[in-house]
Design a protein around this ligand. Structure first.
Ligand code: AMP
Length: 306
């Protein structure tokens, strides 16, 4: 099955303790698509400005990412500047330039309207809702967001959260969204707004998944090579949704497996600046790291002592 994503395509300027990059290819939809294309066909809806080079569109198309929903609008592409200290879990936004996002009226190509798996990646929640409203009876819809939209569009964001099956969000954003420090209480609150599943991303501490009757936890892969956490959350979502779209399944067992595939993709993403690592990743590397994740959390039942 194919997977529809709407989100940002950006030029990112990023500084981490291990290096910096100016106007590199980024954006939530870019990282998401680059991870998901290893698992399923991806249909992309986004907007860029006239400064966006054809070479970048070719990079997407070379990976079979369908860009017929990509609009090229007059003006400049969205730009984000961020910085990380040694605590790589927390991005500090230095600058956000919405540019072509501001007047973007998203139109869903007719061949995308029957999409069964939909991801509303981090972008203006009004745009997320406008896209979702154009899809006929999807099987599974997930969304992400970030502090910028929690602060600037709280009402629209709550409406989107009410419309989706799965919310993926950072730990600090879950607290900000609910004004609740305790993540268990915060998750109960978000679940009470509508979604069936909440996935909290905790950076190097991994993932916590909550539904109304279960909790699941997955570690992050302990990496020696870690340069830039930008896009890890989007790559996680790409692995998760790519897996679900590939299998066509939406039950909890599939979501748990998808969470590990998401964690695999995030672990590769952070190994280099920009989505580069996801571009030259091969299926053997994905399989091997999935197995390494399994080994990381494998232990035997307690039988002899108690
Ligand atoms: P993350 O997976 O959370 O690290 O996402 C990082 C990506 O989000 C970067 O490549 C940015 O271009 C993009 N981004 C940053 N701020 C925003 C925003 N307000 N709306 C949409 N995308 C954004």
């Amino acid at each position: 099955m194919s997977l529809l994503v709407v989100g940002s395509i950006a030029f990112d300027t990023i500084k981490t303790p291990f290096g910096k990059i100016t106007n590199g290819l980024g954006g939530s939809a870019t990282y998401f698509s680059m991870a998901a294309q290893h698992l399923t066909d991806v249909n992309l809806v986004a907007v860029v400005g006239q400064d966006f080079s054809e070479d970048y569109i070719k990079i997407l198309n070379d990976k079979n990412i369908d860009t017929s929903g990509l609009q090229i609008a007059p003006g400049k592409t969205f730009r984000w500047a961020g910085e990380y200290g040694f605590d790589l879990n927390e991005a500090k936004t230095i600058n956000t330039e919405l540019n072509v996002f501001q007047d973007f009226i998203p139109r869903l190509p007719s061949e995308y309207q029957s999409s069964k798996f939909v991801f509303l990646a981090n972008i203006d929640p009004d745009i997320q809702a406008q896209i979702l409203n154009q899809v006929n009876s999807p099987k599974l819809v997930a969304c992400d967001t970030m502090n910028y939209w929690i602060e600037n569009k709280p009402v629209s964001l709550r409406k989107v959260i009410d419309m989706v099956d799965i919310v993926t969000i950072n730990e600090s954003e879950a607290r900000q969204l609910t004004s609740e420090y305790n993540l268990v209480k915060a998750s109960r609150m978000i679940l009470s707004w509508g979604p069936k599943t909440l996935i909290i991303k905790r950076g190097e501490y991994g993932i916590l998944m909550f539904s109304n009757n279960s909790v699941f936890s997955a570690p992050a892969y302990p990496l020696e090579k870690l340069y830039d956490p930008t896009g890890a959350g989007d790559s996680f979502a790409g692995g998760l949704m790519g897996f679900l779209s590939n299998t066509g399944k939406t039950d909890e067992a599939a979501i748990r497996k998808g969470i590990i595939m998401g964690s695999v993709m995030a672990s590769f993403c952070v190994e280099e600046f920009t989505p580069k690592r996801l571009i030259y990743l091969n299926p053997q590397e994905i399989k091997l790291r999935f197995q390494e994740f399994k080994n990381l959390t494998s232990f035997e039942d307690l039988t002899e002592i108690i």
